[in-house]
Design a protein around this ligand. Structure first.
Ligand SMILES: Cc1ncc(COP(=O)(O)O)c(C=O)c1O
Length: 455
């Protein structure tokens, strides 16, 4: 069934695996699990699972077999590349490299940057975009957390103006994994290019929720993870300009990346490396992972990313309106309440430790969210108003007592498979926990808050 919102037809939730799974509560009852942690890993689309299952009997080696199934698997792998290129609206001469995930993609890119490249990243980035650059002979400038898109663009402009000549790379996240807020990617790309810099888009949180056109955004590279795009089979993508990738040493040295290997008279070996994606895909490729990503790209494109986005906006409005009725809840935001966002939202609850709150949502209501600093420690510390240079804290503090000031936050995230009922259940649980407190006591075990069932 479809409804119409703001002239866009809104589709029903897409079928995902696990939507009927029952989980035990601490009380001993069972409830249907409400998966509200899509930003960490989204459930597989049923369509992706079906496509993978249909292919599985035909599985064979890729780029290294004369048999029928090897040829078929090689074709499927290469077709998957083409599907991803279409999904991302790549330019003619861009290339798609299959990796393990976004972290892998950005580390690959860090390794191919020309020596002396200066890298610019906002301190608000996920650690995957923050950490691959130092220690490789690159100069890294971390830009302070901007409080508006305009401030972000101005800060980048100023930093690049001061940087002068030489190769430069800007790394920016499309949508924050903490606040869900969408960054001004096209504007940042325009500034980067005006200063002769290149730009890579971390689309880990954007691509599952929003159309990403490399041509329109005019970014040089884009990275994303299959497991956040409903295709949890161990693959990710780095796509974009070929030149720096082709000029660099392979990411991994080994078979598949090498075109010829010859013994030299001095006993060493001379290697000629491939150009193109194979150069950075040494070893046997993950054909199932790549095919799963391609299947997800097709499924999202067919459902209509605009329509999925519109549906998600309705869920976001519902969630925000519900949370606004609970005065103890503070939603974390960098760019302000009305800034466009995807289905990712973090908050703290006055009087509650976040780990305790998240544990109670799971143990007493069967709702899966995430607590912590979400691999974006500097950003969350800024948003919580903590001491700026203090290290972040993962897991529950010891001892984790209700009422203790929270040094971490709770994140709720959803997407194409989320029914309205999950958002409503979550809101009802938040109201009940804030109003009545948790029904169980909790203790800290191995850095996690768990219900104390020893009584
Ligand atoms: C914005 C962002 N970038 C990068 C990553 C890293 O993705 P992966 O763990 O799949 O490598 C994440 C993961 O949460 C993320 O949210």
């Amino acid at each position: 069934m479809s409804v119409v919102a703001r002239n866009v037809t809104v589709c029903s939730p897409l079928p995902v695996l696990g939507s009927g799974v029952e989980v035990p509560l601490v009380s001993g009852e069972k409830v249907t699990y409400a998966a509200l942690d899509y930003a960490a890993s989204a459930p597989a689309l049923q369509r992706v699972w079906d496509d993978v299952a249909a292919y599985a009997p035909y599985y064979g080696s890729v780029h290294r077999g004369a048999g029928y199934l090897s040829q078929l698997s090689t074709d499927l792998f290469e077709q998957s590349r083409a599907t991803v290129a279409e999904f991302l609206d790549l330019r003619e001469d861009d290339q798609v490299v299959f990796t393990r995930a976004t972290t892998d993609s950005l580390n690959l890119l860090a390794g191919v940057l020309p020596s002396g490249t200066r890298v610019f990243a906002f301190e608000t980035e996920h650690h995957a975009s923050l950490l691959p650059w130092p220690g490789r002979g690159l100069e890294v400038a971390y830009l302070r957390a901007p409080r508006s898109p305009h401030e972000a663009v101005a800060a980048l402009d100023a930093a690049l103006t001061a940087a002068g000549e030489g190769p430069k790379l800007v790394c920016v996240t499309g949508a924050s994994n903490v606040t869900g807020e969408i960054w001004p990617v096209a504007e940042l790309a325009a500034v980067a290019h005006a200063h002769g810099a290149r730009i890579v888009l971390d689309a880990a949180q954007l691509a599952p929720h929003h159309r990403v056109s490399v041509r329109e955004l005019d970014v040089d590279w884009v990275a994303f993870s299959g497991h956040k795009l409903y295709a949890p089979f161990g693959a990710g993508v780095l796509a974009g300009r070929a030149d720096w990738l082709d000029e660099a040493e392979p990411y991994l040295a080994g078979g598949g990346a090498s075109r010829t290997v010859a013994r030299k008279t001095d006993g060493s070996v001379a290697v000629e490396w491939h150009r193109g994606p194979a150069r950075h895909e040494a070893g046997s490729p993950n054909v199932i992972g790549a095919y799963a990503i391609a299947s997800a790209c097709r499924a999202l494109a067919e459902a209509g990313l605009d329509s999925l986005h519109a549906r998600e906006q309705l869920l976001i409005e519902r969630l925000r309106a519900g949370l606004a009725e609970v005065p103890e809840v503070r939603v974390l935001t960098l760019f302000g309440e009305d800034h466009p966002r995807v289905g990712v939202l973090s908050f703290v609850v006055q009087g509650w430790n976040s780990s305790h709150f998240a544990a109670a949502l799971s143990a007493e209501y069967g709702i899966g969210v995430r607590d912590g600093l979400f691999c974006a420690h500097p950003l969350v510390r800024t948003l919580l108003g903590g001491e700026e240079t203090a290290p972040g804290e993962c897991g529950a503090p010891e001892p984790s007592l209700p009422g203790e000031r929270s040094l971490n936050a709770i994140r709720v995230s959803f997407g194409a498979g989320t029914p309205e009922e999950h958002v409503d259940r979550f809101l009802a649980a938040v109201r009940e926990l804030v109003g009545n407190g948790s029904a169980w006591s909790y203790r800290t075990e191995g850095g996690r808050c768990v219900p104390d069932t020893r009584r």
